[in-house]
Design a protein around this ligand. Structure first.
Ligand code: CAA
Length: 676
């Protein structure tokens, strides 16, 4: 856990706790002992603290936060380090995060390799840096930089760290740790962060709060971070540290932190597939083909181009191809204008794109992703053609959002090479990819799909084949009930407000407006059998026609639409229905509980591997508020009995073929039964 090496008068203390040198109880105990022993060892003049393997330390062991505190506390160890009469130097390579960076802040000097990254990401776990970070960082780097790092949780690179005074100097990467040891040897006196004053800047907090108001509105942790940093200016350091401890203790046991911890571990669990050995070979992917240069095809391609992977993109007509390529360029240029990319990077990415009308050009691609519209016949035809031209071993993927991968694969002579890669719109931005595993999909094809998705910065979740896979299948009851409740008397604004108040970025009807009200419409203006038909017949196809469930202005800002209210009234009258008042509670039950119910069915059917995978789909594909952990976690938190009772209350209105998932009913029974 802790190794020591004496180099004449410099003692190296090395944190060796693979994979990320987390500072669990055993590490803390051993570290504390090593520091104490070094204090009493006359041979040791200077102590150098570093991490083994690829990084300094990823901080506290997050899994310990669900248990009562044990062993030496990290803040006490850091105090001992700071109080040491012998200089202690932190030598940072790889990453120093959270408690890892706080450990370094307690050291008297800090060195870093040029590729190192340093951050205090606690806020993303719903807590604050609880080992002195909120008091020591502002003393080193000033209020503005400290607030930015602590409240955003984003790491800084080594050169920024040097510029802001977080590290004292950069040391040679190739010569690490020897270069750090040589530097440490010339230091003779401790220099304590606690002795510094924070440069006072009365306006800093107001400026920061105003600039970040919206982002932190509903979250506990950023507010506590700001309060703690304020203490670094207003209180003596020991009082500031005590306040930080108190706020940490309050946050760590709170509901938001619990949900955010769940999200952290769920994301990592999603990468693991139970029956797929970790050493399954991967197929090399150097060149990707994309069929279709529409919004999806273009967005998907951009992911690969940005990661430096060449893309051959195929369209049917010159016009469609030019339009698609033009849109990709425009998207990249917009990012450059916002400062997220340089012009050179834009050209580099676009230079990797090979647009073509020749299907045969896909012949040398290692992976080909079909991204044309949802029609089984069309997709089967494409896959049959692909079968004839793709090179042996090429992976053939469909971006279908609903259709059966097994049926698509049946159009080829190589169903083992076929899988689904379902990206979410806008595909260059949304992080989720559902990796759909067909009956015949080979293990190495699945493993390659998962790895590839991660390599382009996505969060992959594996799903088996069913209509809509995980995410869209759960969307169906939500959408059906939203439509039904409009006819029963709810307004689009009310239904959507319940969802946005909950923390979703948009409600079900706003989402339909964004995707297109006309998706799945039969396109016959005289055939009006549903509310969707009525809206589409009136040209209300959603944001793209500036009219859907809402009216939209030039900036796509929605306002309630009297025309829609009229269409709904008319349609309701035609159906012989009378409007009634609908409670928010009914909306929650019929749109959110029904999703949980569908999620439970997905688990029973083995479509999703585990409940937390479903949560990841909703966090990364649909903007479920992260501090509520995802639908399945949330259901556990509010109690499955509550969910089942809510569903039972409205069962007769939810839909003719509605049934409560047996898994949900069973678990709710267990929850209700007394524990002994
Ligand atoms: N505690 C416990 N486990 C951790 C951990 C931590 N701080 N950080 C990573 N792990 C685990 C992961 O769960 C994963 O486990 P499995 O292999 O069993 O799934 C394993 O370590 C490897 O992690 P990643 O897959 O994330 O590896 P990576 O190489 O992609 O990323 C990393 C490495 C950038 C360090 C990333 O793991 C990370 O961001 N970790 C979290 C850092 C963090 O939030 N630190 C703050 C902790 S809170 C704190 O320190 C409070 C305080 O004030 C005292």
């Amino acid at each position: 856990m802790i190794e020591t090496k004496l180099h004449e008068d410099v003692l190296e203390i090395i944190i060796a706790n693979a994979p990320v040198n987390a500072l669990g109880a055993a590490v803390r105990g051993a570290l504390s002992q090593a520091i104490d022993a070094a204090q009493g060892d006359d041979q040791v003049k200077v102590i150098l603290l570093r991490g083994a393997g690829k990084l300094f330390s990823a901080g506290a062991d997050i899994s310990e936060f669900d248990q009562p505190p044990t062993g030496c506390a990290l803040p006490a160890i850091i105090d001992t380090i700071e109080a040491s009469s012998k200089p202690i130097v932190a030598a940072i390579h790889g990453t120093a995060l959270g408690g890892g960076l706080e450990l370094a802040l307690g050291c008297h000097y800090r060195l870093a390799t040029p590729s190192a990254k340093m951050g205090l990401p606690e806020v993303s776990l719903g807590i604050l840096p609880g080992a002195g970070g909120t008091q020591r960082l502002p003393r080193l780097v000033g209020l503005d930089a400290a607030l930015a790092m602590i409240v955003s949780g984003s790491p800084v690179d080594a050169s920024s760290a040097l510029a802001m005074g977080l590290v004292d100097r950069l040391v040679d990467e190739e010569d690490f740790p020897a270069a750090a040891i040589s530097y440490a040897r010339i230091l003779d006196a401790p220099r304590r962060t606690r002795d510094r004053q924070v440069a006072d800047d009365a306006g800093a907090f107001d400026r920061f709060a105003a600039a970040n108001a919206r982002r932190i509105e509903t979250l506990d942790a950023p507010k506590a971070c700001i309060a703690a940093v304020k203490a670094s200016v207003e209180l003596p350091i020991d009082e500031g540290l005590a306040l930080e401890r108190k706020l940490f203790a309050e946050l760590v046991t709170g509901a938001q932190a619990k949900a955010l911890r769940h999200a952290f571990f769920a994301e990592r669990a999603a990468g693991k597939i139970a029956d797929l050995p970790a050493d399954t070979p991967r197929r090399p992917i150097a060149k990707v083909g994309v069929i279709g240069a529409g919004t999806m095809g273009g967005g998907i391609s951009m992911n690969f181009l940005s990661a430096g992977i060449g893309v051959t993109i195929v369209e049917m007509t010159r016009e469609a191809l030019d339009r698609g390529v033009g849109l990709m360029r425009a998207n990249y240029e917009a990012s450059a204008r916002k400062g997220r990319l340089t012009i050179e990077e834009v050209e580099q990415a676009m230079g990797l794109l090979a647009p073509t009308l020749e299907f045969e050009a896909l012949g040398d691609c290692d992976l080909i992703i079909e991204a044309v519209y949802e029609n089984m016949e069309v997709k089967k035809e494409i896959f049959a053609r692909l079968d004839a031209i793709a090179k042996p071993g090429a992976i053939l993927a469909s971006n279908t959002s609903y259709l059966s991968i097994d049926e698509i694969a049946s159009a080829t002579s190589r169903p083992a090479d076929v899988l689904g890669l379902h990206f979410f719109s806008p595909a260059n931005i949304m992080k989720l990819v559902e990796v759909v595993r067909g009956e015949a999909t080979a293990d190495d094809v699945l493993a390659t799909g998962m790895q590839l998705a991660r390599s382009i910065g996505k969060v992959p979740v594996v799903a088996r084949v069913c209509y809509g896979f995980i995410g869209n299948r759960m969307l169906i009851p939500r959408q059906d009930n939203a439509y039904a409740m409009l006819l029963e008397g709810a307004t689009p604004e009310q239904i959507d407000r319940v969802h946005t108040d909950f923390g979703m970025p948009m409600g079900p009807l706003q989402m339909i407006d964004l995707a297109g009200v006309d998706i799945g419409w039969h396109r016959d203006v005289d055939r009006i059998e549903s509310l969707q038909d009525a809206l589409c017949a009136a040209g209300r196809w959603g944001q793209k026609t500036k009219a859907g469930f809402y009216d939209y202005d030039e900036k796509r800002k929605p306002t309630p639409s009297p025309a829609v209210a009229e269409i709904i009234d008319e349609f309701r009258a035609r159906a012989g229905m009378v409007a009634r008042a609908i409670s928010d509670e009914e909306i929650v039950a019929r749109t959110l509980y029904t999703m949980v119910n569908e999620g439970a069915k997905l688990l029973e059917e083995g479509i999703a591997q585990r409940a937390s995978d479903i949560d990841i789909v909703w966090l990364y594909g649909y903007g479920w508020p992260r501090h509520k952990g995802g639908p399945m976690f949330w259901a556990d938190e509010i109690g499955l009995t509550t969910v089942v009772q809510g569903l039972e209350r409205y069962a007769d209105r939810i839909g003719e073929d509605f049934s409560i998932a047996p898994l949900l009913a069973r678990q709710s029974d267990d929850e209700g039964s007394p524990t002994t």
